[in-house]
Each structure stands twice: as structure tokens, then as C-alpha cells.
Design a binder for this molecule. Structure first.
Ligand code: GLC
Length: 721
């Protein structure tokens, strides 16, 4: 529809119809019977009459329901304005790939795009038109359950992966039947929740917000995301949803975001719980005043916006601006021409869970896995005859992770199933040994597991936290393996050292005890539908692990928040490994370093960083420095390596971080092969937010190093004149 036609439509709409466009309710409201609906509607404070005006809905179940609801809506809506159907397609629709914290470990934006494109194809067929993705909240505290949704503790990597999702989900044209509109979230700094407790307060300086917490949202806006969702948390005392600095100053004025803003679930209603106001009318005023176009699930707009306009708090032109943004999004999706956006039950059945999609999910699970430790145990010999799988995840289908959309546990391939498919000749024994809940104390299964381990050629310990111990509302104050899993592992490893640990986790765990006795640890995160097949391929060398940690693994929960790009202090520790240094910034008995740092990840081969050369060691703001790094595969099998370039600003007017990732490139090398990777360093990469919140670079000396956090392989210095 032409933009002029949209304005004509807008002019014909009544104020009730306009306010209806700003409302979003759960789809079950539309499919409930008359008897079922009365209660919820009165609780929501709206009359049934208003339902025909509603502009969007969420949490429906596939194409059949979407088509039924859209059809009935169009029959009732006076101007036949299609509803928007939205869903959290975070890491797959029906074919589920690894959680974002895992997929980010691939350091492969093209793989992220391939997965997102697949998800978009399945979700669009299933009736989804907008996905509440990408979530790019910057995180530093693994106690927070929603770290599973993000790509970790580096602002640059989060931005690259978020932008890749935006581009892939949206494609070149939102009207394409395999494209979805995206919604970047949660703006802002939800990942900074105090003590890693979900929904908790966030107090951060503007400088730190701009340095670390805001860049990834901006990267997604620059990539063209069409929607944005403010976060539940309060930021420096004011809930993000109604935070003028965030929602007006930064988002609309500085960044010029012209897309649709949708609140989080009942976030407007929660302003009362926050203690910001005691009534919904005031909440509606503050939410609308701060640019929230769509109110998710709460009904303050439905109940009070008309009154607020009549009282002069707003004028109808402001309402029209919001409504027009929503109509423009519907138009960009082609909904006025095809309200179903190409969805159909047949198409949904055709495109979901196909072998091709399973293959993409399997590849993603293989490339997201991180080999944390390997003392010559992996890969196992595929000719082994007697395999024992021990632990709560040995034959477990609940490995798709939180926010798995329409994915089903029963679609998932377990570790046992994967190994049995790969090695049909092998005898596979499974001993669960214990549970995986935080209050599991039952150790009665350990002796049988130990016996089963004794006469096995190889043992695979499949351990982890339940998939609902991470994700929304699921924070933990203890990051060790829940229950008695560590005790089980130690007993089994004492019986057979030809063993490897497979981990299933939604966050970095504290593995210090396990690490002492496990010769090999392979972290699968929550790998999704093809987890078991990916596990088998990795364990037996059909796939070579190449993932790199994107969020530090603490040695103890007391180290949280722990992150690689931390500023210097006036009393840094001396020897990095020393576990205590008096009068220095450190912990007695624990030290500062994580167990596994950002950028760490082993391979079945080895790589050597042979040289790093700079074409100049002095640059002006107009220059660039070309950095050439030669990497060799010095091992016996082909492998992928992520070449990571870090910067350290040695002296600056704001305390600089000890290291900061500024570029990366993933390469594949055959045994004996060498490659030279080239990066360009330019002045904007040297900028930082200073104490006065100016984004500047300053002349002085810088170090560049290649390797991974806290582990430079080669360091070179240059000067910015
Ligand atoms: C949730 C989440 C948000 C999600 C929304 C809709 O509470 O905070 O990430 O997109 O509700 O499901």
C-alpha cells in the first residue's frame, strides 16, 4: 500500500481504532470461548467490543491458529487492518539450534545468519511476522539466567552477532514470505541486573553504559531492526520503559531510531510494582510520553489514553505518529496485500524439521561447542566396542534450552541416540547415576555408575544444569553442577580416566572441582534438536571443536561479575596465577583469573601464531595500520581457528580496559597449512568514552596482541600521534 494510502487510512480511523493499534494481547484471548473470556477481559479492564481493534498479538501456536484468528479479526475490524503476529524466535522456531550464548562461541556471523534464515523460513510458514529477536544485552554475571540469550561479555561481538541476526531474519524485503521483522531487546542494560538477579535494579554510569552496554543495540539499529523493546529493569532509578534519557535522548534524538517501540510483557503495569505510580492512567501517560508505541499485554492505553488526549496531556497528532509507525511496519511486511504473510499449515509442515534444517542445527551445535580441556583423551577411537554413558544427560531429550519457541524435547536427539547412530557396532551402557536438580542429594546411583565405568573402554559423563535453570526468571546463586553430579564425576573418574565430560548448560558454570579430575571437558551449551548427533560427531572426531568462550567461566561464584575487558586498578595483582597478593585487588585463595577466559577454546589440532607484523608503528587519525598475522596448523587434523585481535590503550584520561577485542576472523587450516590474516586498525577503533562522556581517541601508545584474553601469543606496540 502506498504511504499516502496509509495516511488516508489513518485519517479515516476513529480514536478507538487508533488506540487499538497500540494494544497487544495474548492470542488465547481470541480463541477463548465467550464464557472463558469474560473473566480475563474484566481483569484487563477492557470490553469485548474493543477486541476487534487490537493491532497485534503474541504467543500463538502455529499457522492454523494464526490464520483462524487473523481471518476472524479481518471480518470484524472496520478498516480490515491486519493484526501483527509476534513470537520469541530466539534460536529456532521448530528446528532448534544452540542457545545464543552457545552459537556466539562459533565466532561465525555467517553461521548465525544461516541459522536465522532457517528460523525465519520455518517461523514465517508458521504464522510469525515479527520476532522478539535479537537479544543483545551485554552481560558480566553468570548468575543471571538470561545470559543464555546473549553472545556474552564483549560489546563488539554482541553487536556483530546481533546485526547478523537482524540482516538474516529481515532479508532484503520484509514482504518476502520467508522474512520476519526483528525487535532488538532489552533496551537497556537488562544484563546489568544487580547481583545477577533477574529484573533487579541496574545502576550504571553513563560512561559505562555507552562504553559497554549500549553499543550492541545501536549495531542492530544500524543493521535496520524495525522494532525495539525496552527492558523491565530500572536504570539509575527510572524504569527503562519510561526513562527519558534512554527512550528520548539516546534512542530517538541521538540515534534517530524511527521504528516501532513495544514494551516488554506488562512492563507498563509493573510501574505500579516499581513504586513509580499508584495508577494505570499515570503509567499510560509516562509510557506514551516516552515513545512506547505498542503496550504488550497490560491495557493502560486501552483504558486511559483517550481520556489523556481529551484532557490535553497529548494531542491526537502524537497518537497518529505512533499508529503510523505501526501501520508502516504492517505495510512493509505486505500484510495489507497478504495478511497471512504466506503462512499455511501445509507450508509449516513442509519446511519445519526437514533433514536440511536438522543438518544446519547439527552444524551449528558442532561449531558452538567449546573444548575447554583435553589431556589427550579426545577424540575417542570410533572402533571402541564398550561405551558407558553416565549422568543425567546421558539419554536426555530436554537439551533444546530455554526460549525454544515451538521446538519439542521429543524432536531432540539424545547423546545415547547420537552415539548409537554413529557407532552401530558399539555396546552402549547408560547409568544416570544421579539427578540434576539443585536439591538432589541422592547418591545411591553412584556405585552402579562406578561399576559401569570400570569395565568400559571409554566413559562419557553427561552433566549439566536443567534447561529451565537459565532463561527468564532463572538466576542462580550457586554456579556449580546442581545436586551431586560433581561427586558422581569424581567417583567415576577415579575408576576410569579414559573419560570425557559433556556439559549441558545455559551459563558459564563453576567447574573448579570437576576440572581437577576430568581429563577432558567439552561444553555443548544447550545444543538444540541435533545435540546428540553433534555430540557423537565431536566425541569421535567426525567434527573438530572450534568454539571459543564468549563469557568468562568463574573459578568461584564469588568472582562474579567477572569479565575479560576489565579496567586496570591502582593496585593490580603481580603474578596473574598467584592466588593472593597482599594489598592488591584480588581474592585470598582464588585469584582474579577465570577458570576459562573469554576467547579460550581448544581444537583436536594445534595452531601456532608464527608472526604478527604492522606496516607502521606510528599512525595519525587519518591513517590505518595493516596488521598481518600468520597462523600455522601444527597438528594432525584440519581445524578452524578464530584469530582474535586485542587492543590495549596503555594510558588514557579514563582508566582503560586491560584488553579489548577489536577484530576477529575464523579460518580453516589443513595440517601443515599456514594462512596470513590481515586486519586494518583505524582511529575510530581506538576511541573510548571519557569521563565527560565524549567519544574520543587520545594520542599515545597502544599494544595490539593476538591470542585470547589474558593469553597474548604475540604483542606489538604502536603510537597514535
Ligand atoms: C518476556 C521477555 C521478552 C519477551 C516477551 C514476550 O517477558 O522479557 O524477552 O520477548 O516477554 O514473550
Amino acid at each position: 500500500m502506498e504511504k499516502t494510502a496509509l495516511k488516508t487510512l489513518l485519517a479515516e480511523m476513529t480514536i478507538d481504532e487508533k488506540i487499538g493499534q497500540l494494544m497487544q494481547v495474548n492470542t488465547n484471548i481470541f480463541v477463548a470461548t465467550k464464557a472463558e473470556i469474560t473473566g480475563p477481559l474484566s481483569k484487563m479492564g477492557i470490553e469485548e467490543e474493543r477486541l476487534k481493534y487490537i493491532g497485534s498479538t503474541l504467543n500463538f501456536h502455529g499457522a492454523a491458529e494464526m490464520i483462524q484468528v487473523q481471518k476472524e479479526h479481518l471480518e470484524k475490524d472496520p478498516h480490515k487492518i491486519p493484526m501483527l503476529f509476534m513470537m520469541d524466535v530466539i534460536h529456532g522456531f521448530r528446528t532448534i539450534y544452540p542457545i545464543p550464548l552457545g552459537l556466539g562461541c562459533s565466532f561465525d556471523p555467517e553461521l548465525v545468519k544461516e541459522c536465522s534464515r532457517m528460523a525465519a523460513k520455518e517461523a514465517a510458514a508458521g504464522g510469525v511476522q515479527v520476532t522478539f529477536t535479537p537479544m543483545v544485552d551485554y552481560v558480566r554475571d553468570a548468575r543471571w539466567g538470561r545470559v543464555m540469550e546473549t553472545c556474552g561479555e564483549d560489546p563488539y561481538l554482541n553487536g556483530v552477532m546481533g546485526a547478523a541476526q537482524v540482516k538474516a531474519f529481515q532479508g532484503d524485503d520484509l514482504a518476502d514470505k520467508e522474512s520476519l521483522a526483528t525487535c532488538v531487546k532489552h533496551f537497556a542494560a537488562y544484563g546489568g541486573a544487580e547481583a545477577g538477579k533477574d529484573y533487579n535494579t541496574v545502576e550504571l554510569s553513563e560512561r559505562l553504559l555507552r562504553e559497554c552496554y549500549l553499543p550492541a543495540y545501536k549495531a542492530c539499529i544500524d543493521a535496520g531492526t524495525t522494532m525495539l523493546m525496552p527492558s523491565f529493569n530500572s536504570l539509575n532509578g527510572v524504569p527503562s520503559t519510561i526513562n527519558p534519557w534512554l527512550m528520548q535522548q539516546v534512542l530517538r534524538k541521538e540515534w534517530g531510531f524511527s521504528g516501532v517501540v513495544i514494551t516488554d510483557y506488562n512492563a507498563v503495569g509493573e510501574l505500579i510494582k516499581h513504586g513509580i505510580t499508584d495508577n494505570l492512567k499515570d503509567a499510560a501517560r509516562m509510557a506514551f510520553e516516552n515513545g512506547n508505541d505498542i503496550e504488550m499485554v497490560s491495557t493502560s492505553y486501552a483504558q486511559h489514553l483517550k481520556e489523556l488526549i481529551q484532557e490535553g496531556a497529548f494531542n491526537e497528532a502524537q497518537l497518529d505518529e505512533s499508529v503510523l509507525r505501526i501501520l508502516e511496519l504492517k505495510n512493509a511486511l505486505g500484510l495489507f496485500e497478504d495478511p497471512y504473510h504466506g503462512a499455511s499449515v501445509e507450508k509449516e509442515q513442509q519446511v519445519c524439521l526437514t533433514p536440511e534444517h536438522r543438518a544446519i542445527a547439527r552444524k551449528a551445535a558442532e561449531q558452538s561447542a567449546v573444548l575447554l580441556k583435553n589431556e589427550g583423551v579426545l577424540p575417542f577411537d570410533e572402533k571402541v566396542k564398550k561405551i558407558t554413558l553416565i549422568g543425567p544427560f546421558a539419554d536426555e531429550k530436554a537439551i533444546k534450552g530455554f526460549w525454544a519457541c515451538c521446538g519439542k524435547d521429543q524432536d531432540c536427539v539424545t547423546v545415547k541416540e547420537g552415539i548409537a547412530a554413529l557407532l552401530p557396532h558399539a555396546e552402549i551402557r547408560v547409568e544416570k547415576g544421579c539427578g540434576n536438580l539443585w536439591d538432589d542429594t541422592d547418591t545411591s546411583g553412584i556405585p552402579a555408575a562406578v561399576e559401569a565405568a570400570k569395565d568400559a573402554e571409554i566413559v562419557v559423563l553427561c552433566l549439566g544444569e536443567p534447561q529451565n535453570y537459565s532463561g527468564e526468571g532463572n538466576s542462580r546463586a550457586d554456579l556449580t553442577l546442581p545436586g551431586v553430579q560433581t561427586e558422581l564425576a569424581k567417583a567415576v573418574l577415579a575408576a576410569n580416566q579414559n573419560a570425557a565430560v559433556l556439559l549441558f548448560n545455559g551459563r558459564p558454570l563453576v567447574l573448579s572441582e570437576l576440572e581437577k579430575s576430568a581429563p577432558a571437558i567439552l561444553d555443548l551449551w544447550f545444543p538444540g534438536t541435533e545435540g546428540g548427533n553433534a555430540a557423537a560427531n565431536l566425541l569421535f572426531g567426525k567434527a573438530n571443536p572450534c568454539g571459543k568462550v564468549t563469557m568468562s567461566f568463574p573459578k568461584a561464584v564469588g568472582q562474579c561479575p567477572i569479565y575479560y575487558n576489565h579496567p586496570m586498578t591502582g593496585r593490580p595483582k603481580g603474578n596473574a596465577e598467584e592466588v593472593h597478593h597482599a594489598y592488591a585487588s584480588n581474592y585470598i585463595g582464588c585469584g582474579n583469573l577465570p577458570l576459562y577466559p573469554f576467547g579460550h577454546g581448544l581444537s583436536y589440532t594445534t595452531f601456532a601464531y608464527e608472526s604478527m607484523t604492522l606496516d607502521k608503528t606510528e599512525m595519525t587519525a587519518e591513517d590505518t595500520i595493516t596488521v598481518s598475522i600468520t597462523v600455522a596448523n601444527t597438528g594432525s587434523c584440519t581445524g578452524k581457528e578464530t584469530v582474535q585481535l586485542y587492543l590495549r590503550d596503555l594510558y588514557a584520561s579514563a582508566v582503560p580496559p586491560i584488553q579489548k577485542l577489536i577484530a576477529f576472523e575464523k579460518i580453516e587450516l589443513a595440517p601443515g597449512e599456514k594462512k596470513t590474516v590481515t586486519f586494518k586498525v583505524c582511529e575510530p577503533m581506538l576511541r573510548f568514552w571519557n569521563g565527560a562522556c565524549e567519544f574520543i581517541s587520545e594520542p599515545g601508545d597502544f599494544n595490539l596482541f593476538v591470542g585470547y584474553a589474558d593469553h597474548p601469543a604475540i604483542t606489538e606496540r604502536f603510537t597514535l600521534k
